[in-house]
Design a protein around this ligand. Structure first.
Ligand code: NAD
Ligand code: ZN
Ligand code: ZN
Length: 336
């Protein structure tokens, strides 16, 4: 089969012919039906040795939809043929976070995060999943729609969910970056009666955000800094130094900054004598299985839609170049 392999830090990934994996006794083999391309993959490709808690070689692709092709000897054969999505953040299942339903914050994951991030992922014709714990049934959802739910939508949902109850309808909310994750965030907020302000330098991303429920779009955070609106919730889906510096200054008294993007920005916060501030800052990571089930249900009910551009696996490297160049609106999805 063909797989997109990251073979060493500092080298571009390559399409290789590799053997079809054999699932373990508690695992399954998936025929991949769609795999999303995340901006995090670019951060992984750019990383140097020791920066990330994982080691090459592995197959990229951590947003995976597939059909169960075969199962390990301890797995119920009723799984065979089922369309599923993969909950890709492979927790140990035993630590206090995993036992508390927070497997995305597993304390004992070893030198890998999950599929496509230290373990072989879904930018391939087939993929092995080590346990049915990591499968969520996705019957009734087009695979191209389903794949981006597993990270882009799940991460946006997990970032927003703790804040929803505290947000009055019409509350001022800011979304920085309306790409793969951000375009889901706009939909999730709009469904809650909140029309966010969206910042994105790309006209196509701003157009998409407007169609999905943004109240206003701007190209540059500086435009907002110059105004006097401050936000109850600021979601930074870029996480670069300039966006984080601007974002923290745009949080209203008693508001929250949620940093989701991983572009290397570092935040310096403190309490000053200009009290009161009452801010909170959080850095959520991906999401628990329960949240993936919730976004799958929303998609099945037609309340969450991935805006996608599809590519063949043979074109995946050109597609990543386009993602890097800012030429993708919504999510790029590979259909092997
Ligand atoms: P993407 O490339 O699809 O979207 C990023 C968007 O941000 C693009 O529309 C781009 O035009 C816009 N943008 C770039 N610079 C900007 C700026 N200065 N101000 C406003 N907008 C700007 O990326 P994505 O796949 O949505 O991922 C976004 C970030 O989130 C990446 O850093 C990725 O690594 C990270 N991520 C984090 C998690 C997590 O668990 N915390 C999960 C997935 C992705
Ligand atoms: Zn991702
Ligand atoms: Zn664990």
């Amino acid at each position: 089969m063909t797989a997109l392999r990251l073979e060493a830090w500092g080298q571009a990934p390559v399409l290789r012919q590799v053997p079809v994996p054999v699932p373990g006794a508690e695992g399954v083999l998936l025929r991949v039906t769609a795999a999303g391309m995340c901006h995090s993959d670019l951060h992984v490709m750019d990383a140097s040795a020791g920066q990330l808690p994982m080691e090459p070689p592995f197959t990229l692709g951590h947003e995976v939809a597939g059909t169960v092709e075969s199962v390990g000897e301890l797995v119920d054969a009723a799984w065979i043929g089922r369309p599923v999505v993969v909950h890709g953040v492979w927790g140990c299942g035993r630590c206090r976070r995993c036992l508390n339903g927070r497997g995305n914050y597993c304390l004992d994951r070893g030198a890998a995060i999950g599929n496509g991030l230290g373990r072989d992922g879904g930018l391939a014709d087939f993929m092995a999943v080590p346990s049915t714990r990591f499968l969520v049934p996705a019957d009734g959802i087009d695979p191209v729609q389903a794949a981006p739910l597993t990270d882009a939508a799940l991460t946006a949902f997990h970032a927003i969910r703790p804040h929803l109850d505290g947000l009055a309808a019409g509350a001022p909310v800011l979304v920085v970056g309306a790409g793969g994750l951000g375009h889901f965030a706009v939909q999730l907020l709009a469904a809650h009666g909140v029309s966010p302000v969206v910042v994105d330098p790309k006209p196509e991303a701003r157009d998409l955000a407007s169609r999905l429920g943004a109240s206003r779009t701007v190209a540059d955070l500086a435009e907002l800094a110059a105004g006097d609106v401050r936000f109850d919730l600021v979601l930074d889906f870029v996480g670069a130094q300039p966006t984080m510096d601007a974002a923290i200054a745009l949080v209203a008294i008693g508001g929250d900054l949620v940093v989701v993007g991983g572009a290397g920005g570092v935040l310096s916060v403190g309490k000053t004598l200009g009290l009161p501030q009452g801010w909170s800052v959080s850095a959520p990571f991906w999401g628990p299985r329960e949240d993936l089930e919730a976004v799958v249900d929303l998609a099945r009910a037609g309340r969450l839609t991935a805006h996608t551009q599809t590519f063949a696996l043979s074109d995946v490297l050109a597609a990543y170049d386009r993602l890097r160049a800012g030429e993708i609106a919504g999510r790029a999805v590979v259909v092997p």
